[in-house]
Design a protein around this ligand. Structure first.
Ligand code: NA7
Length: 546
């Protein structure tokens, strides 16, 4: 790989670092991409990371109860059998702190940190066509000039704090779950208000309620949740994982969502009500995301979905003792799993505690944050602490908050004005040599993340290697490949019930003014992997290479 300096305008020599490639982010994706480019291809490469350490989403999301919804035996890297042998998870679902230990362990094992610059936020990336280089600038004013740029910025890393009037005047403390203080928050003796009942709020509420004097949960859209049934792993299971790590890896490559379980072949609509009840009951007892794998028609047939939805709603009403609270919690307006389905530990049970109140902010919306607390259209709730579990500007947010400009100064924010447009989720027309890991247009958030990440980083690495072998300098998605791919992403989404959840962040609907477009590729990881492999096998069909 050449690293030829050409006519580099402006910046003085001291400010400019020239590299073959730059990776933005040092979470699961950035770490592995860095390793691939440095150790497999021998490129001169660095990663820039806004956080003070590795971890990405897990570095920031330190809120109480933060835990992964994928089971630990599938939530790890599989590229290194040695790493799989050396690491041992302690619980069925890895908690935030353990994931951080794991990612630090992996980063240290492969000596990655020496090539990561922490506390460095990228502000802009501009493509210089004459030089065929990306000029990347950081908040500190440094410039990197690189041939290949890979964004590994995550899907859920731009915190969404709703623009409520009065927040600055609030006398207490407030936090967004995705930017949680490292030292933690002490809720003892405090009146806490939590806004949001997505996966995060559902994980956090029971833990906060156990400590706080009082917890008020502000719910706009009621949500389904299935028990996680987290447990410490038994020694026999740990041994099993060690012995079968490769089989488990193979399974995650064969399943629709990169999980360790398969979706059952049977259809809910062809199963008797009695039998269905038994199946749902068993899945409820077993716990976890596998609940949605009980029937193959659950996400494509509303009648099938209703059977699961009604089962969960009945469970909620059985668990929650106060009939009004139970009614609010089970008044769910979208198909099950059409929004990201949460799993929980004692979420609905938490509403039976005397120190927990549910407030419906759908009928009486939050109007303002006052110096004393939260005011809705109906009442004011005095609070000491407000927790915003209000989610993220998902998928496009992390890309668009950087000023990314392609050929002729073309701004990404203009190209994506009506929604994300790219080819395979990997490349954007007009932005040569820029690759995105697990962005919109790829299975990403619909897949167990490490599986999606390894596939993307491997594909990008093989692509750059191919270009090097052929003496090529530039790769760029063709505009018509983008058109076709965007149509394909929409079409596969519309074959499912997923777009029916109107408030979903999959659609960008949680951010005022954001275009409503279904962003991830819903055709499944297996099909997606095949498509990417076929494209590569045909000499990177759909891309311009020169
Ligand atoms: P989510 O799933 O986007 O949930 C955010 C929650 O915050 C959701 O209940 C929202 O209600 C609520 N929200 C957002 N804005 C407001 C306002 N203005 N007023 C009241 N309520 C509001 O984010 P999470 O952090 O829970 O989960 C993100 C992903 O992280 C998750 O899916 C996993 O993949 C991991 P709404 O439903 O929009 O009515």
């Amino acid at each position: 790989m050449t690293n030829a300096p050409r006519d580099l305008p402006s910046a003085s020599a001291g400010d400019v670092t020239e590299l073959d490639a730059l990776v933005i982010g040092a979470g699961f994706a950035g770490l592995y991409q860095l390793l691939c480019l440095r150790d497999r291809l021998g490129l001169k490469v660095k990663a820039l990371e806004a956080g003070g350490g590795v971890g990405g989403t897990w570095y920031w999301n330190r809120y109480p109860g933060a835990r992964c919804d994928s089971e630990s035996h599938v939530y790890w890297y599989t590229f290194s059998p040695e790493l799989m042998r050396e690491w041992e998870w302690s619980e069925r679902y890895p908690g935030q702190a353990e994931i951080m230990r794991y990612l630090n362990f992996a980063a240290d094992k492969f000596d990655l940190k020496r090539d990561i610059q922490f506390n460095t936020r990228v502000t802009s990336a501009h493509y210089d066509e004459a030089a065929n280089r990306w000029r990347v600038r950081t908040e500190q004013g440094e410039t990197y000039v690189v041939k290949f740029l890979v964004t590994a910025v995550g899907c859920l890393s731009t915190a969404n704090v709703p623009n409520f009037p009065g927040l600055n005047d609030f006398k207490g403390d407030w936090y967004h779950t995705g930017e949680w203080p490292h030292e933690g928050v002490d809720f003892t003796g405090k009146r806490v208000g939590m806004i949001g009942t997505g996966s995060t709020g559902i994980q956090a509420a029971p833990v906060i309620a156990a400590q706080a004097k009082h917890l008020t949960v502000f719910q706009r859209t009621a949500n389904y949740s299935v028990p996680a049934r987290n447990v410490p792993l038994k020694p026999e299971f740990k041994q099993y994982v060690k012995r079968h790590a490769e089989d488990i890896r193979v399974t995650t490559h064969e399943t629709l969502n990169g999980m360790g379980f398969r979706i059952e072949d049977r259809k809910a609509v062809e199963t008797s009500a009695e039998e269905r009840e038994k199946i749902y009951e068993a899945a409820w007892e077993r716990g976890g995301l596998q609940f949605r794998a009980t029937f193959q028609d659950m996400l494509v047939d509303k009648a099938a979905n209703d059977t699961a939805a009604n089962f969960i709603k009945r469970k909620i009403r059985t668990i929650v003792k106060d009939p009004r609270t139970a009614a609010l919690l089970s008044d769910i307006d979208h198909p099950y799993a059409a929004k990201r389905p949460p799993i929980d530990t004692d979420y609905f049970e938490t509403y039976n505690r005397p120190n927990v109140t549910l407030v419906d902010v759908k009928t009486a919306p939050i109007q303002a944050i006052t110096p004393a607390g939260v005011r809705t259209a109906e009442a004011e709730y005095p609070l000491d602490i407000i927790v915003f579990a209000t989610g993220f500007d998902a998928m496009t947010g992390p890309m668009l908050r950087m000023d990314i400009r392609g050929r002729d100064g073309l701004a990404l924010k203009d190209v994506w004005e009506t929604g994300p447009r790219n080819y395979l989720g990997l490349q954007i027309a007009g932005f040569p040599n820029l690759f995105t890991i697990t962005g919109p247009g790829s299975p990403s958030v619909l897949c167990n993340m490490p599986v999606a990440i390894e596939q993307h980083a491997d594909w990008i690495t093989n692509c750059i290697d191919y270009m090097r072998t052929k003496g090529m300098e530039r790769i760029e998605a063709k505009p018509d490949s983008v058109e076709k791919w965007v149509a394909e992403v929409n079409e596969v989404a519309n074959r499912t019930l997923l777009p029916q959840a109107k408030h979903s962040w999959y659609l960008g609907a949680n951010i005022p003014g954001k275009p409503s477009v279904f962003m991830p590729y819903a055709g499944g990881m297996v099909r997606y992997r095949e498509i990417c492999q076929e494209v590569a096998a045909r000499g990177y069909e759909g891309f311009d290479l020169s």
